[in-house]
Design a protein around this ligand. Structure first.
Ligand SMILES: [Zn+2]
Length: 71
């Protein structure tokens, strides 16, 4: 199962992006100090739900979790 993180910093639109930490999956990962670890999830939907406990406006990264990217 991939390990996911969410960016502690919001994007211009207010989204906190959820990223797949699998090596090579994403080249837009936030800096280490800006990552909140979400643990292992079988899919990005579960990871985004977990992120929403902390950041209500969480969304999948366009690059590494496109199936969970909605805005
Ligand atoms: Zn990403």
């Amino acid at each position: 199962m991939p390990n996911y993180c969410v960016n502690k910093n919001e994007q211009d639109n207010g989204d906190h992006e959820v990223h797949d930490l699998t090596p090579g999956a994403c080249n837009r990962l936030p800096d280490h100090q800006n990552r909140l670890d979400l643990g292992h999830h079988s899919n990005c939907r579960s990871a985004v739900l977990q992120a929403q406990h902390t950041y209500r406006q969480s969304n999948g990264c366009f690059w590494c979790t496109p199936t969970c990217h909605t805005s």
